[in-house]
Ligand binder design. Structure first.
Ligand SMILES: Cc1ncc(COP(=O)(O)O)c(C=O)c1O
Length: 394
């Protein structure tokens, strides 16, 4: 490579995605004929729900395969507005909704539209690693705020961080990847208000909003103060359509304007037939209820099987049992290995992919994330027995 080619300085301090790295190693082992069990990536092996699939197919068949409005088709944005009104009594307008190529595109648009180099951004720890890295690409100085032992937002720690130096932005995520916890309503409210009192923006990633179990309630951060809150959401997880790349951002007009400006130059529009399919589905509450209900049943059953299988494993500490999402986040320190050592050795020796805790922040280097999204019960059981054998043979 010519020496004169330099990487952009904004990438300094941005780590490569470890999630992807494990995915690639697993693919190489599979290519060698090894039976790899993936408890790694946050994807679902569930088929596209038929109602949604038919609506997308119909959009293709009727030629709806061209550019659509840059902000997203109006009827989809209206369907999103209607949902937030019926679920949270929030009164957004379609101008306050931006349809994006997955939540990830929307999150990057937010960071580029709202962060100046050197701005301070608080990110909960542990959290989906993309938050901190995307904020760093936009030039932010990121400070990680540890969650409480029961994986709730720790308001005292946020208060201390604000007292030290108020940030420009706070990023929270409930239900949380990787813990499967749901933040308490009071803590979400306190953080939104703390941020509002210091003119900071709250980004609330609510991508797992629908995937809660046993009656655990979701708090939409915009319920408390619409004016300083930006919601990032996605069709990926709840509708099992990760590869179709459809998400959305909701923000009051004054916060949306810079986000929309970035989006305009980032992409022409989210894929049109997928928007049409999502719009038809969202406009049919019965279809939504059926899809979400069946996905919840499958995933909560898998989590139960996983808890049953992984809890007894010697060296695993599963003090927190997830109430949402499709992840377990056990501590494996008593195996004598750190999270990264455990994950790499397990993959190489037993063909099971898990993700080490260091991919989600700095507070949980001895944890691993186990995803059951792509593993039916028989594969979860097989993975647990491989892990037990792997540990016994050490
Ligand atoms: C918390 C969180 N936000 C966003 C995403 C990405 O969502 P999308 O597929 O809509 O880009 C993920 C994916 O794992 C996630 O866990």
């Amino acid at each position: 490579m010519p020496k004169s080619i330099k990487t952009a300085s904004r990438l300094q301090g941005v780590s490569p995605s470890g999630l992807r790295e494990f995915f690639e190693i697993g693919a190489k082992l599979e290519a060698k004929g090894i039976d790899v069990i993936s408890l790694g990536i946050g994807d679902l092996d569930l088929p596209l729900p038929p109602f949604l699939g038919d609506a997308i197919a119909d959009a293709f068949a009727t030629g709806q395969t061209h550019y659509s409005s840059n902000a997203g088709i109006l009827e989809l944005r209206q369907a999103i507005v209607d949902r937030y009104e019926s679920m949270y009594k929030l009164k957004y307008t379609p101008e306050e909704v931006l349809v994006t190529c997955g939540a990830l595109e929307g999150l990057m648009d937010i960071m580029l539209g709202h962060i100046n180099p050197g701005d301070r951004v608080l990110v909960q720890d542990p959290a989906f690693g993309y938050f901190a890295n995307q904020a760093k690409i936009a030039g932010a100085e990121v400070d990680l705020i540890p969650m409480s032992p029961d994986f709730d937002l720790d308001v005292v720690k946020y208060q201390e961080a604000f007292d030290t130096k108020p940030p420009q932005m706070v990023i929270i995520n409930s239900p949380c990847n990787p813990t499967g916890s749901v933040a308490s309503r009071k803590n979400v409210k306190d953080i939104v208000e703390l941020a509002r009192d210091h003119d900071a923006i709250v980004i609330s990633d609510e991508c797992y909003e629908f995937l809660r179990y046993d009656g655990h309630k979701h708090t939409c951060a915009a319920e408390f103060d619409y004016e300083n809150v930006i919601i990032a959401n996605s069709f990926s997880k709840a509708f099992a359509m990760t590869g179709l790349r459809l998400g959305y951002i909701i923000a009051p007009v004054h916060l949306m304007q810079p986000i929309y400006q970035v989006h305009q130059y980032n992409t022409a529009c989210a894929p049109t037939p997928i928007q049409v399919g999502a719009m038809k589905t969202l406009s049919n509450p019965k279809a939504v209820k059926g899809i979400i209900g069946s996905h919840r049943n499958v995933l909560s059953d898998r989590l139960k099987v996983a808890l049953e299988c992984f809890k007894p494993i010697k060296g695993f500490k599963l003090t927190y049992e997830p109430v949402a999402g499709f992840y377990l986040f056990p501590n494996v320190k008593e195996t004598g290995m750190s999270g990264p050592e455990f994950a790499i050795t397990l993959l190489e020796e037993s063909g099971v992919i898990v993700v080490p805790g260091d991919q989600f922040g700095i507070s949980y280097p001895d944890n691993i994330r186990i995803s059951v999204g792509s593993a039916p019960p028989n594969r979860i059981r097989e993975a647990a027995s491989r892990i037990t054998k792997f540990l016994e043979e050490r």
